[in-house]
Design a protein around this ligand. Sequence first.
Ligand SMILES: *Cc1c(COP(=O)(O)O)cnc(C)c1O
Length: 389
Amino acid sequence: MTAPRLEIDLSRIHHNVRTLVGRLDPLGISVTGVTKATLGSPEVAREMVLAGVTSIGESRIENIEAMRLADLRTTMTLIRSPMPSQVERVVASADISLNTEFDVIDALSAAAGRQHRRHGIVLMVELGDLREGILAEDLSSMVGRTLDLDHLDLCGIGANLACQSGIAPDATNMAVLSSLADSLEARFAITLPLISGGNSANLRWALSGADVGRVDDLRLGESILLGRDPLDREPIDGLHTDAITLVAEVIESNRKPVRPWGEVHQNAFGMTARPDMTARPELPGEGDATRAQVIVALGRQDVDPDGLVVPDGLHVLGASSDHLVLAAHRDGTPVGTELRFGLDYSAMVRAMTSPFVTREFLRATPDAGPSRPAPDLRPGGSRACAPPG
Ligand SMILES: *Cc1c(COP(=O)(O)O)cnc(C)c1O
């Protein structure tokens, strides 16, 4: 089998979705499964839908188009503000988009008119993280102008925290979102069926027993794929953290001197190694003259090496474009040996988007089965705010 390859265990992803849906459903919160870190994998998206997400969220229109071509029939939300140059494609393939700019919303309406479709809008509110979001004081006028457009449905409002500045969702900022929803409904005599509270970083708040207020949907990616809470990367109780692993192959295995020799200049990535200063007591063989060293055919073109969880008995010494160099506790790892690495979010995204890394889909855990009565797989079936044209 070819390497490097991502092994994606769909049954573990299924379990993670089912577990999160099961915890949030009693709170009246549905789950939008976010696929962006998988390059919009239709296999992963389909598994998420089977396990109970009510829609798929994706940041790239190319990935939404690919999932449509793969005949994935569910509500699809573009979770990054559309580029003005892509509004036609957004309206053609996405049911809903998250928005902050009136000019874009206006262009989406015009495109929807030309395509004889309707498009759903979620207005994103700035709650302090300083990534996307309309300032609260500007929201009312944005709602008024959006409601004036002919070919759009205002689905609701949303927020995104913990991405740019690491601001955590809490009772205070989430209460602001809920009260904005209430006041907009009162002021414009409308109903906002979708209050999209945030991403995986919202889980701790949502599951804390706090009043979730008007929040009725969360957009979850990392928690589903890696089973971790992005606030501190701790494993989330009851979830698999190894649904996605990276397998790579040993291409050199040798006993080598612990210290490099010769005149020291910058290495390939601009760092100056200082052989006399680099003693790292945690590494095997640091006090010895030689140690077992393994080179794996894996580099910065394949993965973010800083985000790898290496197998027991191995330690990363360094990585260049194509080589991952590891110190080993034991001699005798034959070339051709496949090693399996865990991934953090950064390593996963890089591996998923590298043309050198293939994917293999597995079902290692036999517990997968639909968590709910068969999900509604009609296009746009679950959220009524924007029936696809
Ligand atoms: C990436 C993203 C998400 C999902 O975030 P996770 O931390 O992976 O759950 C949700 N919403 C928006 C707007 C995003 O960009």
